[in-house]
Design a protein around this ligand. Sequence first.
Ligand code: NAI
Ligand code: 15L
Length: 264
Amino acid sequence: MKRVLLTGAAGNLGKVVRVKLAGWADVMRLSDLNEITDAKAGEEVQCCDLGDKEAVMKLVEGCDGIIHLGGVSTENTFDSILNGNIVGTYNLYEAARKHGVKRILFASSNHTIGFHERDVTLDADSVMRPDCLYGVSKCYGEMLASLYYDKFGIETARVRIGSCFEKPLDRRMLATWLSADDFVSLTKRIFDCDRLGCPVIYAVSANNELWWDNTKVRYLGWEPKDSSAAFADEPYLQGRAADANDPAVRYQGGSFASAGHFED
Ligand code: NAI
Ligand code: 15L
């Protein structure tokens, strides 16, 4: 890759990707709403609000691929989700179309399907059941990617990320956890493979308990290597048996499913 745009570069995942993908592209163009002041060799910075159409048009110019992590990443006000995730994702795809970008990694989320119960195994064709307005915005992003693939041939990996943190933060994340290394190996496959298409991919490590089946994207040749099993006995994950009727326990989205609207 010659020049890859990384949106959300100042965020949790963006910071990790910067380090772990250093040198992978000739140039990594970093962008975020927040300032970035520590660009290294092989990095260039172009910060803007994804909701700013003209700025995003300039941002995408000259890039061969896009890793789109930027935007609102948890439940929030409708206005901020509208700007960052709805308008912002549209601006990005329009800019990609105008500038001839052919491949995008769209950071979708497990909250597109968070209202499925935990005893159901989902795959790429399972019906969307978003558990919050943030989840709805990621459903929109996935559908926008589908449109730009069918109409304009722009390939997108619609990556439904589970929980990408250093460790699982609670018991639910024993099933949803994704290691940073597994995310990075997936990112490389997405840009290295000959034919991507527009698949839905569940980005989750090889945990003992899994709710998501990636059989339909085996052609990508991605195999996660890590597992949350390494953390299962940690004291902070032990506790009283959970109430199976609690919506935060019953549904895959956990507390995103049980919470009310952010503004209530
Ligand atoms: P994060 O919140 O740490 O990073 C997102 C970045 O986007 C922030 O640095 C923020 O400043 C930037 N941003 C927000 N609104 C913006 C706007 N209007 N214009 C430009 N930049 C804006 O989130 P994180 O954890 O790094 O996640 C990255 C992506 O992956 C997000 O799209 C998130 O929805 C998705 N994801 C992450 C998961 C995880 O476990 N980390 C799980 C599922 C999805
Ligand atoms: C997400 O979509 C969020 O971006 C992340 O912060 C986590 O909350 C994750 O889902 C999760 O479900 O654990």
